[in-house]
Write a protein that binds this ligand. Sequence first.
Ligand SMILES: *Cc1c(COP(=O)(O)O)cnc(C)c1O
Length: 810
Amino acid sequence: MKLRKKKLVNRISQELAHQKGLTIEGASSRDIYEVLASIINESMEDNWKATQEGYAYGKYKQVYYLSMEFLIGRLMESNLLNLGLLDEAKEAIRELGFNEEEVFSQEHDAGLGNGGLGRLAACFLDSLASLQYPGHGYGIRYRYGLFEQRIIHGNQVELPDYWLTYPYPWEYRKEEDAVVIHFEGNVHIHEDQDGNLIFSYDQTNKVKAIPYDIPISGYQNGTVNTLRLWSAEAIDNIGGSLEENTTYYKELAHQHTIEQISGFLYPDDSSEEGKSLRLKQQYFLVSASIQSIVQQYKQTHKISIDRLHEKVSIQINDTHPSLGIPELMRILLDEEGLSWDNAWKVTTNTFAYTNHTTLSEALEKWPVATIKQLMPRIYMIIEEINERFCQELWLDYKHLRNQIADMAIIAHDTVHMAHLAIVGSYRVNGVARIHTEILKTQEMKYFYQRFPDKFTNKTNGITHRRWLLQVNPELSTLVTDVIGSQWIKRPKKLISLLKYAEDSSVLEKLKEVKLTNKQKLASVIQQRTGIMVDPHSIFDVHIKRLHEYKRQLLNVFHIIYLYNELKDNPQQDVIPRTFIFAAKAAPSYYMAKEVIKLIHTVASIVNHDPDIKGKLKVIFLENYQVSLAEQIIPAADISQQISTASKEASGTGNMKLMMNGAITLGTLDGANIEIRDVVGNDNMFIFGLTAEEVIEYYRNGSYSARALYDQDERIRRILDQLNDGDFGIHQMEFKDIYYHILSHNDPYFVLQDFEPYLEAHELVERAYRNKNKWLSMSLTNIAHSGKFSSDQTIQSYATDIWKLKQVPIK
Ligand SMILES: *Cc1c(COP(=O)(O)O)cnc(C)c1O
């Protein structure tokens, strides 16, 4: 350790001089960051090459994870961790007179995702490499990631995310691997001498896709896989040969239009705006990726293309890349000359589809006209897939016309991407047990009845390397001191902590670790908001995208209730609470933005009211992103996971918080249920409607928000306060929330779950008073969290879906 630190100190000094002509005294944190990144890259290069050669030489099956989002956050610390150099690097940075957090925070988060779905993709890459599986990511190199959130007078304001201001040190542009994507144009059909149909295209608009490769290192094992992100560029450069009738300015405009394709990430993770640009992005991703996959297959394997599925699996992260199915068909039919049946066999044995949501507004549907216009040949293929599928159905379900209409890929002039994905894949998985059950029995029941063997559950996971080892070094050290370091490679070993659930010396240390982390977060809060919070108060954390189903509003209602109670009775003996929120709302999502405004308004009242005497604090940290999550999570006491039951497919924030010793206050939804399976009711706080009850309410229509308003004076008081403008700066301020709840009959059951939620909070407070009991609950959560390592999840995908072999690197 000493030696490697010494070496690093020397290397950094030498490289500073060599690359930048600087001495340590003249260097900035940015300079240190840049030279350290170059040193890290150099350490990965040989292994990266060896890994790729090893895969090609052994002709192993490869898996490709296609995703419109990769929310990778920062990479310097995780690269150092995976190289086994993190502690040494921190010490070297300090020895050089710098602060490591300052250096690491030079890296702008790569925010190429909205939330859980994109973060899952990033955790999966980490686990694939750490388990030595040949698995790679394919995505888009958006020039602008998810917007940067600022709060101005309590309102969310979106700023563009300029993440590429400085050169991004982890990417390698691979000009030689560029491919061409065709949009629009005409399709011609000819017959060859044997009567086969031949398809050709002309007048297409061509776009060049340039890959930028990012090395993904495994944990101290030599494996380095690849995340390949595509960038869109025009084919002819300005100054090259201009076609007739093209002016310089036209050419510039043309280039600009093309570059838009990888211009920005759509900031909406639960509904799709009907933007044809988004569809273009999707086709751009899949066409570039599948061309690249087919090329690599041909270079590596000297067997015919009709055995592609033996050597390749393609996992699609939600339906966003489902055009990959007709795109592979197109390549096999038009370029490789396979018959339809043969091509279909290959395709449907190559793709597997992960479903992430049952929210109807998030199920992708595209107008036929848009697809037809943007990618005419792809549309023809979708039509043919639909035709054949419906014919098959017709043979079996003649008597059930409605059912055929419900299952069709094309209906009412729209293409149903989920139907295409199910029909074109050999496996369909949900992301938590309850979610998979809901798919099988509700949303996709006809498909389940027809293809029961396709459906499988793969509960999400998180990489414990980033979400424990990297972000919480204090806790990691404690865990290793108590049970040894095996858990790092085998996260299930965390279970050995259970033996210490009553050990007061271990619990005492756990208490110190949590307090240290809370002090650190308190100082971040102070710096960012100017508000002082008490590290001895309960840190009650609710961090995730802002959405009605995630019910930040229920949390705020409870805070208003507590505030009302304290105002009525200021002498109440309560344990001080700090409520911490962080959340972005989709820019066009009015109700979500109203909730952000309400949180800020309530915060400014509560935080400044002298009657409250610091018993309540409400904090909203702006610009929620991976690096902010990393700061908050180690300091959390309570993890709020309070979605309307049946709505949260899995959640992964719940797993990260549990792994850091926070106790879940949650509904029986998504992976909360599986957390309860392992920790039991005694080690979390469960409340509220079950998924069955919610579904039954939707079915029978008997729910009445108005009746709850009439019955429960606590609810009435809060809603009236909103309606009367008690909190707003003007009287109309929060009327919309009031009306929204009462006139839309509270679609997410905030009022119904209000009382059970209050009771659960009372139990939280009671439990917190018994400090040893609390610590024991916390330790029990950490002990069971190994089950939610993405290593477990990837292991299960690899054996059940991909049939993948591990490849040790020499
Ligand atoms: C983990 C994570 C999410 C997902 O959180 P949920 O609570 O599961 O919705 C979203 N955004 C970021 C930045 C994350 O790290």
